[in-house]
Design a protein around this ligand. Structure first.
Ligand code: HEC
Ligand code: HEC
Length: 289
């Protein structure tokens, strides 16, 4: 799929219905507020554009090169290719070229200690999550956390447009996310400062390479919400029907995907979704209850 032409975000993700309401524009307004405040405090005589450019430059340096005195990893270690993720082919290549690549350490290994078979096959990273209160593992009742293997989400579009970050939405802003990523993945000996976290966030929020289309970049900067592309070929136009916001009315396919893939990022449910799980009305789940 040609992401630029269709402006379908490659980081598209469906999240809980209730988080769908915070728009990118609101997130931007909040971030812009922070920026303005910071500039007025630290701006001095420098024009604000220069200051912002310097901050983005510093953000790029931190994202690409800063290890915080840790195991040698940077953000770029995992969000490496143009689409800000890694796939098994890239992992295999890196393993062949340099088995001491910092990707192959710590949570990249099969059990945090040794082994590269999982990352080579699936390009996943081990993530430890504490169990919610009241949840007990039957085979290990004293466990307070579980370890899951997760793929690396793309840093294209989502960081700038989606305030609900991570697969479990555990971070709601880029600073908090970056701080946790450094602690979790980089085994740092030096903590990032608030200014450094702001710079990393600003870099992801404003840099061209973090967007799949001009429309989404402009949207992230407070511009209008992009429209659903019209489609060029007959087949694209038929496919478009699935994403049009409309009540589901089988056997018509119109709006089938839009029940869960609506909004500017195609990652929120639409007004016609009635089931809390987002299941289509009249679908098996709804009727069986
Ligand atoms: C060891 C590999 C690794 C490193 C290093 C790493 N990340 Fe990630 N990143 C991941 C994984 C895996 C996830 C998803 C984890 C989850 O949801 O539990 C993720 C998630 C994210 C997300 C959320 C994207 C979304 O769609 O919700 C952002 C943004 C991000 N990382 C930015 C960063 C930044 C900034 C740094 C450096 C400070 C960094 N990452 C370092 C592997 C990595
Ligand atoms: C009942 C809700 C629902 C409907 C209806 C639905 N999806 Fe999804 N879709 C999801 C969920 C949930 C995910 C997984 C999100 C995740 O794992 O982060 C997903 C993921 C996807 C992804 C992967 C996105 C990514 O970034 O990896 C694609 C592509 C997709 N859906 C396309 C479709 C298409 C095409 C249709 C219609 C034929 C459709 N979906 C209908 C809920 C739905």
């Amino acid at each position: 799929m040609d992401a630029t032409r269709h402006s379908f975000p490659s980081g598209m993700r469906v999240k809980a219905k209730s988080v769908a309401v915070i728009s990118g524009a609101v997130a931007f307004a909040v971030l812009a507020g922070f920026t303005a405040e910071r500039l007025s405090v630290s701006g001095g005589a420098l024009p604000s554009m220069t200051l912002e450019a310097a901050q983005v430059g510093e953000g790029q340096r931190l994202f690409d090169h800063e290890t915080f005195g840790g195991n040698g990893r940077t953000c770029r270690t995992c969000h490496s290719s143009d689409n800000g993720t890694i796939n098994p082919e890239e992992v295999a290549k890196r393993l062949a070229v340099n088995p001491s690549d910092p990707l192959f350490l710590h949570d990249g290994l099969d059990d945090f200690v040794a082994g590269t078979s999982r990352i080579a096959a699936h390009a996943t990273i081990l993530i430890e999550r504490e169990l919610p209160e009241g949840v007990v593992l039957v085979d290990n009742p004293s466990a307070t956390s579980v370890v899951v293997a997760r793929g690396v989400p793309s840093t294209v579009n989502t960081p700038a447009l989606d305030p609900a970050l991570m697969y479990d939405m555990r971070h709601s802003d880029l600073q908090d996310q970056a701080s946790a990523a450094i602690t979790r993945h980089a085994q740092p000996t030096v903590s990032p400062t608030a200014e450094q976290l702001d710079a990393i966030a600003e870099f992801q929020r404003t840099t061209k390479g973090f967007f799949s289309s001009r429309a989404l970049r402009s949207f992230a900067l407070g511009g209008p919400s992009p429209n659903l592309p019209e489609g060029h070929t007959a087949s694209e136009r038929r496919g478009r029907e699935f994403f049009v916001d409309s009540p589901w009315n089988p056997p018509s396919k119109k709006g089938v995907c839009a029940l869960c893939h609506s909004g500017p990022m195609l990652n929120t449910s639409n007004e016609f979704t009635t089931d809390p799980t987002g299941a289509p009305p009249g679908g098996e789940r709804s009727t069986s209850r």
